[in-house]
Design a protein around this ligand. Sequence first.
Ligand code: CO
Ligand code: ZN
Length: 331
Amino acid sequence: MNQNFLKSLVLAFGPSSKEESVKKVIKRELNKVKAEIGDDKFGNLVIHIKGDGPKLMLAAHMDQIGVMITDIDKNGFLRLGEVGGIRKSFLLGQKLLFENGVEGFVYYEEKKSPWELKDAKMEVLFADIGAKDRAAAKKLVEIGTQGIYMPYFHTNGLRVLAPALDDRIGCFILAELIKGINPKKLKYDFYGVFTVQEEVGVKGAKVSSYEITPDFGIAIDVTDAGDTPEAIPVSLSLGKGPAIKVMDRGMIASKSVKDKLIESAEKAKIPYQLEVITAGTTDAYAMQITKSGVETGALSIPTRYIHTPGEVVDLGDVVNAIKILKKFVEK
Ligand code: CO
Ligand code: ZN
């Protein structure tokens, strides 16, 4: 388990449309891989390993949720807008990192009650970057500057706690899979795509699957675990294996791909779980409805507290996901 690579991925700054640092980490890691490596115009990183057989596209998104500065008031306080599905009740009290290395802290208008979390609106929150007035703030940031939850990486060897595991964990799995591919054993013409702007409408996957027109597609992403106290019931738990998607809010997985993933897991003697969730979707949604349709499924890592600053995954599930995909792509 290449923990340093995972750590670099998780610490990289990469809100939607600002994925360059993440891409750099991935390119550095894949520099010895024999493949065509290139960026498309939209910013996706495409790794093509030629093989005989149908086209397979695997996608993992590089971007993470974040905020964008919408206004700077005369006293230097920043108002924020959401980029992707940030959970507002978790923003309050957080440290933020902006794209130029500026740090800030999120506080609230004290005349309003912050503890009615369901009512926590962006309008009552603001960030303080230690600027004494608007002019001072404008030397550090601008309207449109993006920010993320302050990155950190913690592991006890079994599990990882960090923001941005959605979907750096998927990027990690895809990169590790690519590093281990023996082109001679490949059953597909293989495209590994590290996509951009998933969190703002699966946009990178849309353009890249249109360009590639795969025969089969698989997204690698996180999904909600239901194994915390009084959680909304979902059947998934951390550490019981990767989840093979049956359905989410955006997609019903194609039977062919779902069955092949199950078969790959069983052949490799790896535990797996079946995923049905009613919220959220992935790049697979975009791939499936490309052109006249693409047979598409998804492999998910059960994750706690998605889109908060404290996402948690089990490293056993991560290792097992790589093994299932390896079985899937090899003859
Ligand atoms: Co997400
Ligand atoms: Zn995701």
